[in-house]
Design a binder for this molecule. Sequence first.
Ligand code: CP
Ligand code: NVA
Length: 308
Amino acid sequence: MTHFLDIHKTDPAALRSIIDNAAAMKRARNGRPRGMADDDTPLAGHMVALIFEKPSTRTRISFDVGVRQMGGETMVLSGKDMQLGHGETIADTARVLSRYVDLIMIRTFEEQTLLEMAEYSDVPVINGLTDRSHPCQIMADVLTYEEHRGPIAGKKVVWSGDGNNVCASFIHAAGQFGFDLTFTGPQTLDPEQVFVDAARARGVKVEIERDPARAVEGADLVVTDTWVSMHDPQSARERRHNQLRPYQVNAALMARAKPDALFMHCLPAHRDDEATSEVMDGPHSVIWDEAENRLHAQKAILRWCLGM
Ligand code: CP
Ligand code: NVA
């Protein structure tokens, strides 16, 4: 079974083929990401379940559109409307869904839910975000970096802010794609040490630098994300904002990166908190390409999972 659960759990050659295939599928659409079916429709006759236990705009719509462009059909399901949200086990849900659909994409809270779904499913499972990681996002980010600046291997990526789920997938990707990653943020919000150690064990430079100005020196790419994620309690909001304010990506910080550095944010953003509008809408920013590339990257992930 070919699941797409995390970047560090996927073979580097497969990751490379997914990125290359995504770029090729994007080119084949001749600059028109939206609407109409691709010329090539390998998912014809296939049904994909998209399960959301958390809100989503990009993941939901890009998966839905991507499946349809490739000739397949989707069912967008809210976890709380399913028996899953009312006590049916994940294992039983996975066994039943496997009798109806050809692939399951799930966005959930605990990583364990995703892992159990994959364990008991007879069809591929894709991680559409958990509290711990967001691999589809970073596949789109690698695609975006490479289409603007060429190979990401050997480049310096700086993550400024919360060492959250999206940051974790960046660290996984550093190990697999061979780029250096510097995390800058408060110690209390450091990324999980186990992820840092695993990337370092692969010979990749993963650094932790508390001073954001020093961290971004020589950066090829600066990335940030919301200061309060969907799984964080709202009660932690004020404390997080206070701790993270020094790590805001603003024009002064971007000016310390390389002159041709890119800026990314997975979105949704809280403008003028984690990043200023000046940066988001400024010359370094590639956030709209990044959002578009969710579509192309995920189409390639779907094809890879289904062996097409
Ligand atoms: N970046 C991202 O996953 O966005 P959504 O929460 O809108 O899906
Ligand atoms: N870190 C954010 C990402 C949203 C796409 C969250 O988990 O809420």
